[in-house]
Design a protein around this ligand. Structure first.
Ligand code: IPD
Ligand code: CA
Ligand code: CA
Length: 262
């Protein structure tokens, strides 16, 4: 087994370096292009942030595999995979709306092992290693204690595909009626961190990618929360559907979401 401590250090340093670079570019000119449609953006800063993270990984762990949002998959022989979202919240970033982060998750033998998510606007580093708890700027963090949806704050996110956005509005409707409020901050990795540290009681989204959730999944679990699909099945980062809560309100959330006209 590789030294998980060293992997965590490199993941944290890489997320910080990339996030700080993104912050330094937020106000100036950016080259913006489109991916799947007019609302699915990527900037030159996303690509540079990804290069910063990948250069760190390759310097210290040249035998590890990588799955990164902008450059895809690089398979290598060792049993570790780094899953990287260089800027989660690119739409926010492109508009200068200060809610975005860099997310780095490391899987070992198919299981989440290390997580580092850095929010440069708040200088907050969320990190975890399997079995060792979850931390915010070095302080142990844990999920909230809300016991029912009626006392909870949730967040969600919408896919870039318009049909899927409209489907999620059905979930939104039922959850608005049952919770204190539902937010849409715009960076799924950070939404998961906020569940992990108790600022949110829960979060769901329909069509996420492994790079959105690889780190956040481990952070929520290590902070004492629960993560499944929206319908309550065991979580699989390839499936897209995610429901993360403090655990106490999970079954109620599955039941209420299950009543949506999706
Ligand atoms: C997006 C953000 C957003 C979520 C989208 C993601 P990106 O990631 O996490 O909150 O609603 O589904 O694709 O494109 O900014 O890396
Ligand atoms: Ca993302
Ligand atoms: Ca991204």
């Amino acid at each position: 087994m590789e030294d998980l401590k060293k992997i965590k250090e490199v993941a944290e340093a890489a997320a910080r370096e990339a996030g700080r670079y993104a912050l330094s570019r937020m106000r100036g000119d950016k080259q913006i292009s489109h991916k799947s449609g007019f609302n699915d953006l990527v900037t030159d800063v996303d690509r540079k942030c990804e290069k910063i993270v990948l250069d760190n990984i390759k310097e210290f762990f040249p035998g590890h595999s990588i799955l990164a949002e902008e450059s895809g998959r690089e398979d290598r022989t060792e049993n570790y995979t780094w899953i990287v979202d260089p800027i989660d919240g690119t739409t926010n970033f492109a508009h200068g709306f200060p809610v975005y982060c860099t997310s780095v998750g490391v899987y070992a033998g198919g299981k989440p092992a290390v997580a580092a998510v850095y929010d440069p606007n708040r200088d907050e580093l969320f990190s975890a290693a399997g079995g060792e708890g979850a931390f915010l700027n070095g302080e142990r963090m844990s999920v909230s204690r809300a016991k029912e949806l009626k006392s909870s704050l949730f967040a969600t996110g919408f896919a870039y595909n318009i049909d899927r956005k409209i489907k999620n509005l059905e979930y939104f409707k039922v959850m608005l009626a049952e919770t204190q409020a539902v937010r849409r901050p715009g960076a799924a990795a950070l939404d998961l961190c906020y569940v992990a540290c108790g600022r949110l009681d829960g979060f769901w989204e329909m069509d996420l990618h492994p790079w959105d959730t690889a780190a956040g999944f481990l952070l929520v679990m290590e902070a004492g929360g629960r993560v499944t699909s929206i319908t309550g099945e065991g979580y699989d980062i390839r499936s897209g559907s995610v429901l993360a809560t403090n655990g106490l309100i999970h079954d109620e959330a599955v039941r209420i979401l299950g009543g949506a006209n999706v």
